[in-house]
Design a binder for this molecule. Structure first.
Ligand SMILES: [Fe+2]
Ligand SMILES: [Fe+2]
Length: 374
């Protein structure tokens, strides 16, 4: 008997721990559902419950258990009129509260609301327990659990709910910081794209076209969402290091001397130096830095070979070469699409990893070069 009880406790602890590990890839909704149902499971007095989120000035239920969905979803509470007392300065000070709701004062709620309470069963007396979700002194959500069997919530249940509210607050905080960082990075990226295009007339639009082909190729190779996103950004910025190369060399109409070519070869290193200062760009830097490495080891700057070259960089490289071949250069006219594809096929196993060449050619054939980006 004791064994069963112990087993149950272990299972509950395991579920609780599972809720809060490996959360980084969860969407906000998935995380809230996971946390809400886990709290509901652990708190024995909970019979029904709901989680409200602040949306456009109202707290609205987004997850619930036990209540009639069609009725619950009609509930909304004005931000400035609701739950004001529970706001606190930081996550550590979040508290949980329990209350016995004996009567709903008729003056406080509209007739419509009272009808809703009646339908939901919350016009009758019940015990309720709730805890706010706080970020930057603002209440972004509230988790509520209810009991209709005259059973008050224990101190342990209050502690558990407080813990969950703090964890959800933490999740929101991290998520908002991440969103802010992504937005800041996007602004930096767009500023860098403008800088590239001002510096080098021949590569105007080149970054965007390489981004387009690389993203299509990464999708065709079934890469993950995060990998596609990093490849896309790296492709857009792969030549940003050309800012550090003189315009005379970049736009020279004649053949480059060996010394000038050595200077051009510095641009992936400059790209790395510029991008490595942006937070969370490790993978983007890695892909962009390697975009002139060849499969046979004869590329630059490091002469990496085969699998040493990250797949993201190989994707950008083949797209870069295709775009360069089909574009006018200072020293030559664009090759036709057919000729460019033939040249790419000839370089399979030399410049390019043979395992991506067929898929890449398929992507280039299917997608017309987008001349709007010229
Ligand atoms: Fe380049
Ligand atoms: Fe390029």
């Amino acid at each position: 008997m004791l064994k069963d009880y112990e087993q149950l406790i272990y299972e509950q602890i395991e579920r609780m721990v599972d809720t809060f590990i490996n959360t980084e890839h969860l969407t906000k909704m998935d995380f809230i559902k996971k946390a809400f149902f886990s709290a509901f499971d652990l708190i024995q007095e909970a019979e029904k419950g709901s989680y409200y989120e602040l949306m456009e000035g109202y707290y609205r239920p987004i997850v619930s258990k036990g209540y009639r969905q069609d009725l619950l979803m009609q509930l909304k509470f004005k931000e400035e009129e609701s739950f004001m007392d529970y706001v606190c300065d930081d996550i550590i000070n979040i508290k949980s509260y329990s209350q016995y709701v004996e009567t709903r004062s008729n003056t406080q709620f509209s007739d419509e609301m009272i009808e809703l309470f009646k339908g939901l069963g919350t016009y009758e007396p019940f015990y309720t327990m709730y805890a706010p979700v706080i970020v930057d002194k603002k209440m972004l959500g509230i988790i509520c659990l209810d009991n209709f069997k005259e059973k008050p919530f224990s101190d342990l249940s209050l502690k558990i709910l407080k813990f969950y509210a703090q964890m959800i607050s933490n999740f929101y905080t991290l998520l908002l910081a991440k969103e802010k960082e992504v937005k800041n990075n996007q602004e930096i990226v767009m500023a860098l794209v403008s800088a590239i295009e001002i510096n080098d007339v021949y590569t105007k639009g080149h970054g965007r076209r390489v981004q387009y082909f690389s993203t299509e190729l990464a999708k065709a190779l079934n890469l993950s969402k995060d990998e596609i996103s990093d490849i896309s950004t790296a492709a857009l910025l792969h030549d940003v290091g050309k800012i550090g190369i003189s315009k005379e060399i970049l736009n020279k109409p004649d053949k480059l001397t060996d010394d000038e070519y050595d200077i051009i070869k510095l641009h992936p290193t400059y790209t790395k130096q510029i991008l490595e200062n942006i937070s969370n760009f490790q993978q983007v830097v890695n892909y962009a830095y390697c975009h002139h490495e060849y499969y046979n080891g004869k590329g630059y700057p490091r002469g990496l070979k085969g699998d040493e070259i990250p797949l993201g960089a190989q994707i950008i490289m083949i797209s870069d070469v295709y775009d360069a071949l089909t574009d006018d250069r200072a020293y030559r006219k664009a090759f036709t699409k057919v000729k460019a594809i033939e040249m790419i096929r000839d370089n399979s196993g030399k410049m390019f990893d043979p395992s991506i060449v067929d898929v890449a050619i398929d992507v280039f054939t299917r997608n017309e070069k987008n001349y709007i980006l010229k």
